[in-house]
Design a protein. Structure first.
Length: 64
């Protein structure tokens, strides 16, 4: 199954939503999603600012 993870990521000065796709055999847990987002993103867009993954919030897990 395919899922779209909607995650709010934050830096010191910015925040934004990322929406990565993931293939998973069941609905992924929030902890799995946070780790997956951590593995994909280190900086927020073109700001060059590092994401504080301790502040990442999973907004939605949508089946695709």
């Amino acid at each position: 199954m395919k899922f779209i993870i909607h995650a709010l990521v934050k830096t010191e000065n910015y925040e934004g939503v990322v929406k990565p796709y993931v293939n998973h055999d069941c609905v992924p847990t929030e902890e799995f999603c946070k780790n997956y987002v951590r593995s994909l993103y280190t900086e927020l867009g073109n700001t060059g600012e590092r994401i504080d993954h301790n502040k990442t919030e999973i907004l939605d897990i949508e089946q695709y």
